[in-house]
Design a binder for this molecule. Sequence first.
Ligand SMILES: *[C@@H]1O[C@H](CO)[C@@H](O)[C@H](O)[C@H]1NC(C)=O
Ligand SMILES: *[C@@H]1O[C@H](CO)[C@@H](O)[C@H](O)[C@H]1NC(C)=O
Ligand SMILES: [Cu+2]
Length: 199
Amino acid sequence: MFNQLLLVAASLAATLPLAIAAPAAAAGPSSASGNPIPNKTTSSPRVTHTVVAGRPGLRFDPENIVATKGSIVEFHFLPANHSVVEAAFDAPCVPKDADSSFYSGFFPVSRNPDGSVRQSGEVFQIEVKDDKPVWFYCAQNNGQHCQSGMVGAINQDFNSAKTLAAFRRAAAGVSGPAGVKDQVQGGWRGPNPNPNGGF
Ligand SMILES: *[C@@H]1O[C@H](CO)[C@@H](O)[C@H](O)[C@H]1NC(C)=O
Ligand SMILES: *[C@@H]1O[C@H](CO)[C@@H](O)[C@H](O)[C@H]1NC(C)=O
Ligand SMILES: [Cu+2]
């Protein structure tokens, strides 16, 4: 009995930091409800695709994602300060002009004291809404991440000319800064449910 109480207390304590962190994360102007995108209640759970931003260097890993409708792409962020923004194929480094397009905001994260890499305590999740190609980039202009090739695709059509390689070539030619949205939108930003994801 006593042991059970201790266990309950321990698990409560373990969940508290998350409970406190959640409202802080949701305090920003986010389109999200403040909760992670839930698993489907019927059939099988959603598949989650983990993408790491900033490894290796100015890249998303993987940068070419194949994901079925209804699955989740969860972005994890390494040092120093990356983001993910949806773009249209024809306009890399520019936020897609749609209320439903996604923008994660920036995720500043420092290295561990011993110099090793760690990931941000927050992630950004999006839901794959259909099987059309989705294009994205990092909007960090300190180092021109988008122009340097920090771009990616979900469900590119390998049989068309609109490939990730073509998107990256176009991004390299963009002059002027990469753009951001006014606020986090189009996905859920919150505590990292899987701090070792992608490692
Ligand atoms: C979704 O389901 C998977 C597999 O059962 C589980 O690992 C994950 O924690 C669940 N996520 C949520 C948000 O419930
Ligand atoms: C992260 O990068 C953004 C965009 O360059 C910048 O506005 C923000 O101040 C940076 N945050 C930190 C902590 O460096
Ligand atoms: Cu970046």
